[in-house]
Write a protein that binds this ligand. Structure first.
Ligand code: RB5
Length: 155
């Protein structure tokens, strides 16, 4: 599994912890920045990771900002992205089992390092349950495709 990771200044410390964790789990990890504590705009980094997942260049993404909210909003603008904001273990597990989430958003100012690492471990190791959830995900894809058609007809 190839995972892309990105953050803004509020997620930098946590991003570095998670990169070490993924290395220890022998998961290939691509760092999309930011890599300095200077204030940056989270959409710039959310876009890079979301684009890479959306186009199939990487399998999944992890995005970290102060709350995780901004990053999850950005990521869910992209086709084929199912980003989930998980600042607890239960939602991390359910986002994989039921939603087949392909991007995990985390709040660097919300969760402590230990909990965040446990969330990531759970998220990377939990499979999609399939079955009835496939029908629901297909409905999401249909909504997405309909909206893309609608927007392209307008222009
Ligand atoms: C940056 O101060 C903060 O707004 C950002 O990290 C994030 O929490 C946005 O959702």
């Amino acid at each position: 599994m190839k995972i892309g990771i990105g953050c803004d200044h509020a997620g930098l410390e946590l991003k570095n912890e998670i990169i070490s964790l993924l290395g220890g789990l022998s998961i290939e990890c691509i760092d999309y920045g930011t890599n300095s504590p200077e204030s940056v705009d989270y959409p710039d980094f959310g876009e890079k990771v979301s684009e890479a997942v959306s186009s199939g260049g990487i399998d999944r993404g992890i995005l970290i900002c102060g709350t995780g909210i901004g990053m999850s909003i950005v990521a869910n603008k992209f086709p084929r992205i199912r980003a989930s904001l998980c600042n607890d273990l239960f939602t991390a597990k359910m986002s994989r089992l039921h939603n087949d989430a392909n991007i995990l958003a985390l709040g660097g100012r919300i969760v402590g390092k230990s909990l965040a690492k446990e969330i990531v471990r759970t998220w990377v190791n939990t499979p999609f349950e399939g079955e009835r959830h496939c029908i629901r995900l297909k409905k999401i894809t249909q909504i997405e495709e309909r909206l893309i058609r609608y927007e392209s007809r307008k222009s």
